[in-house]
Ligand binder design. Sequence first.
Ligand SMILES: C[S@@+](CC[C@H](N)C(=O)[O-])C[C@H]1O[C@@H](n2cnc3c(N)ncnc32)[C@H](O)[C@@H]1O
Length: 322
Amino acid sequence: MEKLLLRHKELKIDNWFEELESSIKQERVFFDNPKGNAYDFNEALKNLPQIKPSMIDLDNRKIVIGKESDINDRDLGKMKETLHELCPWRKGPFDFFGIDIDTEWQSWMKWDRIKNHLGDIKDKRILDIGSSNGYYMFRLAAEDPLIALGVEPQHSFYFQYLALQKYLQLENVFCLPIRFDTLPVMDEYFDLIFCMGILYHRKSPVEMLQEIHKLMRRGGNLIVENLVLESQKGLCLFPESRYAKMRNVFFIPDIKCMQSWLERAGFSNIKCIDVSKTTIEEQRQTDWIQTESLINFFDPEDHTKTIEGYPAPVRAIFTASA
Ligand SMILES: C[S@@+](CC[C@H](N)C(=O)[O-])C[C@H]1O[C@@H](n2cnc3c(N)ncnc32)[C@H](O)[C@@H]1O
Protein backbone atom coordinates (compact mmCIF):
# COMPACT_ATOMS: atom_id res chain seq x y z
CA MET A 1 0.00 0.00 0.00
CA GLU A 2 2.99 2.30 0.40
CA LYS A 3 3.17 2.07 -3.38
CA LEU A 4 -0.12 3.95 -3.54
CA LEU A 5 1.35 6.77 -1.50
CA LEU A 6 4.55 6.81 -3.54
CA ARG A 7 2.60 6.94 -6.76
CA HIS A 8 0.73 9.97 -5.49
CA LYS A 9 3.91 11.66 -4.36
CA GLU A 10 5.34 11.11 -7.85
CA LEU A 11 2.21 12.44 -9.46
CA LYS A 12 1.96 15.37 -7.01
CA ILE A 13 -1.77 14.88 -6.51
CA ASP A 14 -1.39 14.76 -2.83
CA ASN A 15 -4.00 16.84 -1.01
CA TRP A 16 -5.20 13.74 0.84
CA PHE A 17 -1.80 12.25 1.73
CA GLU A 18 -2.06 12.52 5.47
CA GLU A 19 -5.50 11.03 5.66
CA LEU A 20 -4.57 8.26 3.32
CA GLU A 21 -1.44 7.62 5.31
CA SER A 22 -3.57 6.98 8.38
CA SER A 23 -5.68 4.44 6.42
CA ILE A 24 -2.51 2.78 5.26
CA LYS A 25 -1.23 2.67 8.83
CA GLN A 26 -4.45 0.95 9.85
CA GLU A 27 -3.82 -1.53 7.08
CA ARG A 28 -0.27 -2.11 8.31
CA VAL A 29 -1.66 -2.87 11.76
CA PHE A 30 -4.15 -5.19 10.08
CA PHE A 31 -1.29 -7.17 8.51
CA ASP A 32 1.01 -7.08 11.56
CA ASN A 33 -1.66 -8.61 13.68
CA PRO A 34 -4.42 -10.10 11.53
CA LYS A 35 -7.28 -11.58 13.51
CA GLY A 36 -9.97 -14.18 12.84
CA ASN A 37 -10.41 -15.09 9.20
CA ALA A 38 -7.97 -12.34 8.13
CA TYR A 39 -5.26 -14.36 9.92
CA ASP A 40 -6.24 -17.55 8.06
CA PHE A 41 -6.43 -15.82 4.69
CA ASN A 42 -3.08 -14.11 5.29
CA GLU A 43 -1.49 -17.48 6.10
CA ALA A 44 -3.13 -19.06 3.02
CA LEU A 45 -1.73 -16.34 0.81
CA LYS A 46 1.82 -17.13 1.94
CA ASN A 47 1.45 -20.55 0.27
CA LEU A 48 0.89 -19.13 -3.19
CA PRO A 49 3.92 -20.09 -5.29
CA GLN A 50 6.18 -17.42 -6.75
CA ILE A 51 5.66 -17.62 -10.52
CA LYS A 52 5.87 -15.04 -13.27
CA PRO A 53 2.93 -15.47 -15.66
CA SER A 54 3.96 -15.58 -19.32
CA MET A 55 0.80 -13.65 -20.26
CA ILE A 56 -2.17 -11.86 -18.76
CA ASP A 57 -5.50 -11.03 -20.39
CA LEU A 58 -7.68 -8.35 -18.78
CA ASP A 59 -9.77 -7.64 -21.81
CA ASN A 60 -12.05 -10.66 -22.00
CA ARG A 61 -14.96 -12.11 -20.05
CA LYS A 62 -12.58 -14.29 -18.07
CA ILE A 63 -9.47 -12.62 -16.62
CA VAL A 64 -6.58 -14.91 -17.46
CA ILE A 65 -3.30 -15.05 -15.56
CA GLY A 66 -0.55 -17.21 -17.06
CA LYS A 67 -0.71 -20.55 -18.83
CA GLU A 68 -0.73 -24.08 -17.51
CA SER A 69 2.74 -24.57 -19.01
CA ASP A 70 4.11 -21.79 -16.71
CA ILE A 71 3.63 -23.93 -13.57
CA ASN A 72 4.86 -27.34 -12.36
CA ASP A 73 2.49 -29.97 -10.91
CA ARG A 74 3.57 -29.40 -7.31
CA ASP A 75 2.97 -25.64 -7.48
CA LEU A 76 -0.30 -26.18 -9.33
CA GLY A 77 -1.54 -28.39 -6.47
CA LYS A 78 -0.50 -25.78 -3.88
CA MET A 79 -2.17 -23.01 -5.85
CA LYS A 80 -5.46 -24.91 -6.22
CA GLU A 81 -5.53 -25.60 -2.49
CA THR A 82 -4.84 -21.96 -1.59
CA LEU A 83 -7.39 -20.57 -4.02
CA HIS A 84 -10.00 -22.91 -2.50
CA GLU A 85 -9.10 -21.60 0.96
CA LEU A 86 -10.03 -18.10 -0.25
CA CYS A 87 -13.62 -19.17 -1.08
CA PRO A 88 -16.30 -17.94 -1.64
CA TRP A 89 -15.32 -16.59 -5.07
CA ARG A 90 -18.34 -14.48 -5.98
CA LYS A 91 -17.21 -12.09 -8.74
CA GLY A 92 -15.27 -13.19 -11.81
CA PRO A 93 -14.52 -15.49 -13.64
CA PHE A 94 -10.73 -15.93 -13.51
CA ASP A 95 -8.19 -18.39 -14.80
CA PHE A 96 -5.02 -18.83 -12.72
CA PHE A 97 -2.43 -20.81 -14.74
CA GLY A 98 -5.15 -23.09 -16.12
CA ILE A 99 -7.17 -23.27 -12.86
CA ASP A 100 -10.65 -22.24 -13.89
CA ILE A 101 -12.35 -20.20 -11.15
CA ASP A 102 -15.99 -20.44 -12.10
CA THR A 103 -17.32 -17.72 -9.80
CA GLU A 104 -20.90 -17.41 -8.54
CA TRP A 105 -21.48 -14.30 -10.72
CA GLN A 106 -20.76 -13.96 -14.40
CA SER A 107 -19.54 -10.42 -13.77
CA TRP A 108 -18.77 -9.81 -17.45
CA MET A 109 -22.54 -9.50 -17.96
CA LYS A 110 -22.63 -6.39 -15.73
CA TRP A 111 -19.40 -5.15 -17.33
CA ASP A 112 -20.99 -5.47 -20.79
CA ARG A 113 -23.93 -3.37 -19.59
CA ILE A 114 -21.70 -0.50 -18.37
CA LYS A 115 -18.62 -0.57 -20.60
CA ASN A 116 -19.98 1.75 -23.31
CA HIS A 117 -21.01 4.36 -20.73
CA LEU A 118 -17.68 4.92 -19.01
CA GLY A 119 -16.18 7.50 -21.38
CA ASP A 120 -12.43 7.67 -21.89
CA ILE A 121 -10.71 5.82 -19.05
CA LYS A 122 -7.12 6.70 -19.87
CA ASP A 123 -5.47 8.72 -17.07
CA LYS A 124 -8.70 8.91 -15.07
CA ARG A 125 -9.00 8.60 -11.27
CA ILE A 126 -11.53 5.92 -10.46
CA LEU A 127 -13.08 4.67 -7.23
CA ASP A 128 -14.91 1.34 -6.98
CA ILE A 129 -16.98 1.18 -3.77
CA GLY A 130 -17.43 -2.44 -2.68
CA SER A 131 -14.85 -3.61 -5.22
CA SER A 132 -14.98 -7.26 -4.09
CA ASN A 133 -11.93 -9.06 -5.55
CA GLY A 134 -11.30 -6.25 -8.05
CA TYR A 135 -12.83 -7.83 -11.19
CA TYR A 136 -14.10 -4.48 -12.55
CA MET A 137 -10.90 -2.63 -11.62
CA PHE A 138 -8.89 -5.22 -13.53
CA ARG A 139 -11.16 -4.83 -16.55
CA LEU A 140 -10.67 -1.05 -16.25
CA ALA A 141 -6.90 -1.47 -16.00
CA ALA A 142 -6.86 -2.71 -19.60
CA GLU A 143 -7.67 0.91 -20.53
CA ASP A 144 -4.88 2.53 -18.51
CA PRO A 145 -6.49 4.73 -15.85
CA LEU A 146 -4.23 6.90 -13.70
CA ILE A 147 -5.50 5.07 -10.66
CA ALA A 148 -8.31 2.64 -9.87
CA LEU A 149 -8.86 2.45 -6.11
CA GLY A 150 -11.21 -0.09 -4.57
CA VAL A 151 -12.60 -0.22 -1.04
CA GLU A 152 -13.64 -3.66 0.16
CA PRO A 153 -14.14 -4.45 3.86
CA GLN A 154 -14.89 -8.16 3.50
CA HIS A 155 -11.72 -10.10 4.16
CA SER A 156 -12.23 -13.06 1.82
CA PHE A 157 -12.72 -10.72 -1.17
CA TYR A 158 -9.86 -8.45 -0.14
CA PHE A 159 -7.46 -11.41 0.09
CA GLN A 160 -8.68 -12.69 -3.29
CA TYR A 161 -7.70 -9.26 -4.64
CA LEU A 162 -4.24 -9.67 -3.10
CA ALA A 163 -3.90 -13.16 -4.63
CA LEU A 164 -4.80 -11.76 -8.06
CA GLN A 165 -2.45 -8.79 -7.69
CA LYS A 166 0.41 -11.08 -6.64
CA TYR A 167 0.50 -12.20 -10.27
CA LEU A 168 -1.06 -9.26 -12.13
CA GLN A 169 1.19 -6.62 -10.48
CA LEU A 170 -0.85 -3.75 -11.85
CA GLU A 171 0.75 -0.53 -10.65
CA ASN A 172 -2.32 1.66 -11.08
CA VAL A 173 -4.79 -0.63 -9.25
CA PHE A 174 -5.13 -0.51 -5.45
CA CYS A 175 -7.55 -1.71 -2.82
CA LEU A 176 -8.02 -0.76 0.84
CA PRO A 177 -9.68 -3.25 3.22
CA ILE A 178 -11.97 -0.54 4.61
CA ARG A 179 -15.60 0.56 4.42
CA PHE A 180 -16.51 3.49 2.20
CA ASP A 181 -17.44 5.60 5.22
CA THR A 182 -13.90 5.35 6.59
CA LEU A 183 -12.28 6.49 3.35
CA PRO A 184 -10.13 9.57 3.94
CA VAL A 185 -11.44 12.92 2.79
CA MET A 186 -10.80 12.95 -0.96
CA ASP A 187 -13.19 15.72 -1.98
CA GLU A 188 -13.49 16.41 -5.69
CA TYR A 189 -10.83 13.84 -6.43
CA PHE A 190 -12.43 11.18 -8.64
CA ASP A 191 -13.41 11.38 -12.31
CA LEU A 192 -15.44 8.19 -12.21
CA ILE A 193 -17.06 6.34 -9.30
CA PHE A 194 -18.68 2.91 -9.33
CA CYS A 195 -21.28 2.21 -6.67
CA MET A 196 -22.71 -1.12 -7.70
CA GLY A 197 -24.63 -3.53 -5.51
CA ILE A 198 -24.27 -1.32 -2.40
CA LEU A 199 -27.14 1.13 -2.01
CA TYR A 200 -29.79 -1.45 -1.06
CA HIS A 201 -27.56 -2.47 1.85
CA ARG A 202 -27.52 1.09 3.21
CA LYS A 203 -29.91 2.47 5.80
CA SER A 204 -29.39 5.97 4.37
CA PRO A 205 -28.96 5.58 0.61
CA VAL A 206 -29.44 9.30 -0.14
CA GLU A 207 -26.78 10.26 2.40
CA MET A 208 -24.41 7.82 0.76
CA LEU A 209 -25.09 9.37 -2.66
CA GLN A 210 -24.40 12.81 -1.16
CA GLU A 211 -21.07 11.56 0.23
CA ILE A 212 -20.19 10.12 -3.17
CA HIS A 213 -21.06 13.43 -4.85
CA LYS A 214 -18.55 15.24 -2.61
CA LEU A 215 -15.76 12.93 -3.75
CA MET A 216 -16.31 13.66 -7.42
CA ARG A 217 -14.76 16.38 -9.49
CA ARG A 218 -17.35 18.61 -11.20
CA GLY A 219 -18.63 16.87 -14.30
CA GLY A 220 -17.35 13.49 -13.07
CA ASN A 221 -19.31 10.38 -13.94
CA LEU A 222 -21.14 8.08 -11.49
CA ILE A 223 -22.17 4.54 -12.36
CA VAL A 224 -24.68 3.33 -9.81
CA GLU A 225 -26.38 -0.05 -9.86
CA ASN A 226 -29.14 -0.99 -7.48
CA LEU A 227 -31.96 -3.46 -6.93
CA VAL A 228 -35.11 -1.77 -8.19
CA LEU A 229 -38.84 -2.22 -8.62
CA GLU A 230 -39.75 -1.96 -12.28
CA SER A 231 -42.48 0.69 -11.79
CA GLN A 232 -42.22 4.46 -12.42
CA LYS A 233 -44.39 5.63 -9.52
CA GLY A 234 -41.77 7.14 -7.23
CA LEU A 235 -42.24 4.37 -4.64
CA CYS A 236 -39.87 2.32 -2.58
CA LEU A 237 -40.05 -1.13 -0.97
CA PHE A 238 -38.82 -1.54 2.61
CA PRO A 239 -38.70 -5.32 3.22
CA GLU A 240 -40.26 -6.28 6.51
CA SER A 241 -37.39 -8.50 7.54
CA ARG A 242 -35.47 -10.30 4.76
CA TYR A 243 -35.31 -9.86 1.02
CA ALA A 244 -34.12 -12.91 -1.00
CA LYS A 245 -32.93 -14.33 2.35
CA MET A 246 -30.74 -11.23 2.93
CA ARG A 247 -31.22 -9.55 6.29
CA ASN A 248 -29.31 -6.43 5.26
CA VAL A 249 -31.53 -5.11 2.47
CA PHE A 250 -33.25 -1.85 3.42
CA PHE A 251 -34.64 0.21 0.53
CA ILE A 252 -35.53 -0.99 -2.97
CA PRO A 253 -36.66 2.04 -4.99
CA ASP A 254 -38.52 2.03 -8.26
CA ILE A 255 -36.88 3.69 -11.27
CA LYS A 256 -38.43 7.11 -10.65
CA CYS A 257 -37.59 7.02 -6.94
CA MET A 258 -33.97 6.17 -7.74
CA GLN A 259 -33.83 9.15 -10.10
CA SER A 260 -35.20 11.40 -7.34
CA TRP A 261 -32.57 10.12 -4.89
CA LEU A 262 -29.82 11.00 -7.37
CA GLU A 263 -31.29 14.46 -8.01
CA ARG A 264 -31.69 15.18 -4.30
CA ALA A 265 -28.06 14.18 -3.78
CA GLY A 266 -26.97 16.83 -6.30
CA PHE A 267 -26.47 14.81 -9.49
CA SER A 268 -27.59 15.90 -12.94
CA ASN A 269 -27.83 14.33 -16.38
CA ILE A 270 -29.33 11.20 -14.82
CA LYS A 271 -29.97 8.30 -17.19
CA CYS A 272 -31.19 4.80 -16.58
CA ILE A 273 -29.03 2.79 -18.99
CA ASP A 274 -30.12 -0.74 -18.16
CA VAL A 275 -32.81 -2.69 -16.34
CA SER A 276 -32.20 -6.44 -16.11
CA LYS A 277 -33.83 -9.26 -14.21
CA THR A 278 -31.15 -11.24 -12.38
CA THR A 279 -31.11 -14.72 -13.90
CA ILE A 280 -29.67 -18.07 -12.91
CA GLU A 281 -27.33 -17.72 -15.89
CA GLU A 282 -25.77 -14.67 -14.22
CA GLN A 283 -25.80 -15.80 -10.55
CA ARG A 284 -25.52 -19.49 -9.74
CA GLN A 285 -23.93 -22.01 -7.45
CA THR A 286 -20.50 -23.34 -8.48
CA ASP A 287 -17.68 -25.34 -6.88
CA TRP A 288 -16.11 -22.05 -5.76
CA ILE A 289 -18.85 -21.02 -3.31
CA GLN A 290 -20.27 -23.05 -0.46
CA THR A 291 -23.40 -21.02 0.11
CA GLU A 292 -26.81 -20.96 -1.54
CA SER A 293 -27.33 -18.88 -4.66
CA LEU A 294 -30.14 -17.17 -6.60
CA ILE A 295 -32.14 -20.34 -7.33
CA ASN A 296 -32.60 -20.84 -3.57
CA PHE A 297 -33.82 -17.26 -3.10
CA PHE A 298 -36.80 -17.59 -5.47
CA ASP A 299 -40.24 -18.82 -4.50
CA PRO A 300 -39.83 -22.45 -5.70
CA GLU A 301 -43.27 -22.33 -7.37
CA ASP A 302 -42.93 -18.89 -8.97
CA HIS A 303 -39.60 -17.42 -10.02
CA THR A 304 -41.11 -13.94 -10.42
CA LYS A 305 -41.15 -13.74 -6.61
CA THR A 306 -38.57 -14.08 -3.87
CA ILE A 307 -39.07 -16.74 -1.23
CA GLU A 308 -40.59 -14.00 0.98
CA GLY A 309 -43.14 -13.08 -1.73
CA TYR A 310 -41.49 -9.83 -2.90
CA PRO A 311 -40.79 -9.11 -6.60
CA ALA A 312 -37.78 -11.19 -7.70
CA PRO A 313 -34.45 -9.31 -8.08
CA VAL A 314 -34.28 -6.77 -10.89
CA ARG A 315 -31.26 -4.50 -11.12
CA ALA A 316 -31.01 -1.12 -12.82
CA ILE A 317 -27.93 0.87 -13.76
CA PHE A 318 -27.90 4.66 -13.83
CA THR A 319 -25.28 7.13 -14.99
CA ALA A 320 -25.19 10.61 -13.51
CA SER A 321 -22.90 13.65 -13.56
CA ALA A 322 -21.59 15.40 -10.46
C1 LIG B 1 -23.34 -7.07 -3.66
S1 LIG B 1 -21.62 -6.89 -3.59
C2 LIG B 1 -21.30 -5.99 -5.09
C3 LIG B 1 -19.90 -6.16 -5.59
C4 LIG B 1 -19.58 -5.38 -6.88
N1 LIG B 1 -19.59 -3.95 -6.60
C5 LIG B 1 -20.53 -5.72 -7.98
O1 LIG B 1 -21.38 -4.90 -8.30
O2 LIG B 1 -20.45 -6.81 -8.53
C6 LIG B 1 -21.40 -5.68 -2.34
C7 LIG B 1 -19.94 -5.48 -1.96
O3 LIG B 1 -19.81 -4.30 -1.17
C8 LIG B 1 -19.03 -4.56 -0.03
N2 LIG B 1 -19.46 -3.60 1.01
C9 LIG B 1 -20.46 -3.73 1.92
N3 LIG B 1 -20.53 -2.64 2.70
C10 LIG B 1 -19.58 -1.78 2.25
C11 LIG B 1 -19.15 -0.47 2.66
N4 LIG B 1 -19.72 0.18 3.67
N5 LIG B 1 -18.12 0.10 2.00
C12 LIG B 1 -17.53 -0.55 0.95
N6 LIG B 1 -17.89 -1.78 0.54
C13 LIG B 1 -18.90 -2.39 1.17
C14 LIG B 1 -19.32 -6.01 0.29
O4 LIG B 1 -18.32 -6.59 1.09
C15 LIG B 1 -19.41 -6.61 -1.11
O5 LIG B 1 -18.17 -7.01 -1.61
